[in-house]
Structure formats: C-alpha cells, structure tokens
Design a protein around this ligand. Structure first.
Ligand SMILES: Nc1ncnc2c1ncn2[C@@H]1O[C@H](COP(=O)(O)OP(=O)(O)O)[C@@H](O)[C@H]1O
Ligand SMILES: [Mg+2]
Length: 261
C-alpha cells in the first residue's frame, strides 16, 4: 500500500508534539499519523524518543506543546486508566508484569476498568461479581490459549522464561479486545521462532485492529509494517513505506554507529 504524506484521516496522531524532561528537549514538534487497519512502525536509534511518543499517546507524559488526536478527540490529557475503555491498549518496553500476581491474574488486569472492578468488588461479595469474574477469566484464558501460554496460567512471572513473560504481557494487552494496539519492542529478548510467530500474529490482527509498533529488529519491522515513521533525537527524520525508509539517506545516517539497531 502506498501512503501520501501527510495522511488525510489518521485514526491516531500526534500534531507538533514537543516534550521537555529534566530540561532536555526529548520530542521536538513530532507529527506522526497512524492510519486505521494497518501496521505502522515507529523506529529510530536508542534514545530517539519512541517510548516517549507512546507515553504521550497514552497519557503518561503531558506534552509541553502539541496535541494527540484519536478518532478526532483530543487525547493528550487523557487519564491512562481510560485508554482501554476507548479501545487503546499498550505493551510496555520489557515486560512490566505484576510480580505478585499469577500469569492469569496479570492478563485479567488488562481488562477494562469496569470489568476489573469485578475483581475488587469480589471481596464485597456482590451477586453480579462472580458472574463478571468468570466471564473475564474465560476471556483471559481464551487469549492466553491463542498465544500458547494457557498452561502457565497459575505461574508467577518470575517462574517463566522471558519470551513466555512477553507473551503473557501481550495477552494482557489483548484481553480488552483493543481497536488500537501500541507495542513497545515486542521482539526484545525473544528468539527467531517466537519472532516468526509474532510476525504472523501482528499481520493476523489487521485490518480489524490498528497497530503501532516500536521495534529494533529491522527484519520484523520491514516484514510487518505498511508505513514507517523514523525518529532521531526527538525529531521525525523520515516516513514512508518500508522500501522508501530503507533507502532513505537520512535514515541510514541516523543508524550509523547505533549498535542496537
Ligand atoms: N524522565 C526522563 N527524564 C529525563 N530524560 C528522559 C526521561 N525519560 C526519557 N528520557 C530521555 O529521553 C530520550 C528519549 O527516551 P525514549 O523515549 O525512552 O527513547 P527510545 O524509546 O527511542 O529509546 C532519552 O535520551 C532518554 O534518556
Ligand atoms: Mg524505548
């Protein structure tokens, strides 16, 4: 698919977003668009600001300037807890599972706050709570089965190999059946076979879901993305199809010397 930039009606976008942290300019007028129903990549050397873009999109970091729009609505002051209800879900760089919860309970925590209220209210023995909890449990088991980790449901994160922890974290992001999935380095620390599975999974979600993928593994990015944005030192330096980006001199220059890329 070819994209004419700037995009006309992206589902999710940042417009001229700038962020300063500890006096440093982390993002400088970043405008990126995520079209509906495709896989969009966000790449760039370590420290370019990719995770910060996710943090701005999901309300964890307030931009000093600029706006975030989702389905035409402003998002930059959204409370992170409201995201799942709006159909946006996110995986964290690394894993980010709750160490004191089993894999299954971790996945159930990814449900919308209304559904999660069931877990809390269970202590109050409200009549609707058991029904709600078993419905949520079924959903969580279904997603874990899809990702091949249902056998680990009762284990704690520290008992699981890293690639399995990553799958559990992905299941947590998927359990709310999100319309938009923001994934921060899903392939970090996993092997070639898991990477192939991930590639197939991501492609299987579109066009029903919209994906924004931050990833360092270039083969994966080039394989799964329809459109790619490139950040370097807090600025967008290139955008386009995988072919366009791969051959862009500014991108090649930015990656020179970046071992992690
Ligand atoms: N809370 C913070 N205070 C100061 N600097 C930060 C903070 N968070 C991130 N940074 C810096 O912002 C830059 C971009 O970070 P990040 O968005 O994590 O980059 P990426 O995900 O592309 O590797 C890095 O130089 C990082 O050190
Ligand atoms: Mg990062």
């Amino acid at each position: 698919m070819k994209y004419v930039l700037p995009l006309t009606h992206p589902l999710l976008q940042t417009v001229d977003v700038s962020v300063k942290l500890s006096g440093l300019q982390i993002l400088d007028n970043v405008s990126i668009g995520v079209p509906e129903g495709v896989v969009t990549g966000l790449i760039g050397p370590n420290g370019a600001g990719k995770t910060t873009v996710f943090n701005v999109m999901s309300g964890f970091v307030k931009p000093d300037a600029g706006v975030v729009r989702y389905e035409g609505r402003r998002l930059e002051h959204i409370h992170p807890h409201h995201l799942t209800r709006m159909g946006i879900s996110r995986t964290l760089q690394g894993v980010g599972l709750f160490p004191s919860l089993t894999a299954l309970d971790n996945v159930m925590m990814g449900a919308s706050s209304k559904a999660r209220a069931g877990i809390v209210a269970q202590a109050l023995a409200m009549p609707w709570v058991d029904r709600e909890r078993s419905r949520l449990r079924e959903q969580a088991i279904a997603v874990m089965t899809e990702l091949g980790v249902e056998g680990e449901a009762d284990r704690f994160p520290s008992e699981l190999p890293y690639p399995i922890q990553k799958r559990v974290a992905l299941a947590r992001a998927l359990v709310s059946d999100p319309k938009v999935l923001l994934m921060d380095e899903p392939a970090g620390g996993i092997g070639a076979a898991d990477m192939k599975d991930l590639e197939r999974l991501i492609r299987s979600w579109v066009p029903e879901r919209t994906v924004l993928l931050v990833e360092h593994h270039m083969e994966l990015v080039m394989e799964v993305c329809d459109l790619i944005w490139v950040l370097d030192a807090g600025k967008v330096i290139a955008a386009g199809t995988p072919e366009q980006v791969r051959n862009d001199p500014a991108v090649l220059a930015a990656y020179l010397g970046d071992e992690g890329a």
